[in-house]
Design a binder for this molecule. Structure first.
Ligand code: HEC
Ligand code: HEC
Length: 323
């Protein structure tokens, strides 16, 4: 008996697996001096096109804060007009995800950040070029952010970028609702949430409303043949059982981050919901159900964008004014 799992325990685990969680707004003033210096340096680096080999592209080129951390393109444009392999996901809620990239090939934000820096069709940089640039442009800030450490190093650059990204998630009306403010969502949005809980939280779960694990795109009905050029995790592992397996994206701010899916091939949320219903669930929704779901998805939009998300945020003034 000791070695069998009781059905009761299993039942509890299954109930727990569709849980949506609210988030708190990150507060930079709660950071200690070194953490704040890293966050602030990361903010500066995120907007610095000097980080790219040709000096023409910054992280923010493809993850523009005024566009909720995306670029609005099906596939991003990198250095010299090169086209990236996939659609750019938002950086706003990346900190809530358990793995990064559509195929989850990076585990942490730190590990993720060196990807775009050295990708030929994104920032086209070399490690020597990067270190050379930050030594000239950011040496003082590195000394404050990494006191007593030798540098600047690639690792320090990625730690700073990740420190900035961890300050980006932002609460929505949905978080207020989860925290017991029933009126934060309209009737239609609440109906959408009920449908969402019954159908979608097997995959889009946790505080990111997604981003917790891998799932097969086309779980119940194979994904359309003409949209299977990119086979997700299979491209990394070569294991046939990983074909069309992708990290489930976070749906926070999803109404703002189109076009959707890893290839940016879907241009309306209605179509995204229809594709999910057909291929992930082998069902269809009535028009009223679909509209309710879309209303709920729109309610996942952050109430505001934090001032430090933008390039012109003045850290100096913020510290002075106690913001
Ligand atoms: C040329 C456009 C471009 C630039 C520049 C760029 N990115 Fe991205 N970013 C992308 C694309 C495209 C993906 C998805 C790639 C994939 O999954 O294979 C991505 C993925 C990410 C992710 C993972 C998000 C998720 O939900 O999985 C993070 C975090 C991120 N980028 C941060 C950064 C940072 C930090 C920089 C600067 C060092 C940067 N990006 C520069 C286009 C860009
Ligand atoms: C079996 C798992 C699974 C279920 C169930 C599921 N999804 Fe998804 N969803 C995914 C995966 C995986 C992706 C990423 C697709 C890709 O790689 O392009 C995705 C992508 C999406 C996107 C596009 C997000 C973006 O940023 O491009 C939306 C919107 C979405 N799902 C909504 C829903 C809704 C609404 C439901 C319920 C009706 C649902 N999903 C059910 C796994 C699932």
């Amino acid at each position: 008996m000791r070695h069998t799992i009781s059905p009761f325990v299993l039942g509890l685990a299954l109930v727990g697996c569709g849980d949506l969680e609210s988030i708190a707004n990150p507060d930079p003033t709660q950071l200690d001096t070194i953490e704040f210096a890293r966050f602030r340096l990361g903010h500066g680096l995120f907007f610095d096109s000097g980080l790219s080999g040709a000096g023409d592209v910054s992280c923010s080129s493809c993850h523009e804060p005024s566009k909720f951390g995306v670029d609005g393109l099906a596939r991003s444009e990198g250095t010299g007009g090169a086209i990236a392999d996939r659609n750019a996901p938002s950086v706003f809620n990346a900190a809530l995800k358990d793995r990064q990239f559509w195929d989850g090939r990076a585990q942490t934000l730190e590990e993720q950040a060196s990807g775009p820096l050295f990708a030929a069709n994104e920032m086209g940089q070399t490690e020597e070029g990067l270190i050379e640039h930050v030594r000239v442009a950011w040496m003082q800030e590195f000394d404050v952010a990494f006191p007593g450490e030798e540098g600047p190093t690639l690792e320090q650059v990625t730690i700073a970028l990740a420190s900035y990204e961890r300050m980006l998630p932002r609460r929505s009306r949905f978080d207020q609702f989860l925290d017991d403010d029933r009126d934060a969502l309209s009737r239609r949005e609440r109906r959408g949430l009920r449908i969402f809980r019954r159908n979608c939280t097997e995959c889009h779960t946790g505080s990111g409303v997604g981003g917790a694990d891998y799932h097969k795109l086309g779980k119940d009905v194979p994904w359309p043949q003409d949209r299977r050029e990119d086979e997700g995790l299979f491209e990394v592992t070569g294991d046939p059982s990983d074909k069309m397996v992708f990290m489930t994206p976070s749906l926070r701010n999803v109404a703002e981050t189109g076009p959707w899916f890893h290839d940016g091939s879907v241009e309306s949320l209605e179509e995204a919901v229809q594709l999910m219903a057909r291929h992930q669930l082998d069902r269809s929704f009535t028009e009223a159900q679909e509209q309710a779901l879309v209303s709920f998805l729109k309610a996942l939009k952050a109430e505001d964008v934090q001032p430090w998300a933008y390039g012109d945020w003045d850290a100096e003034a913020a510290v002075r004014d106690g913001e």
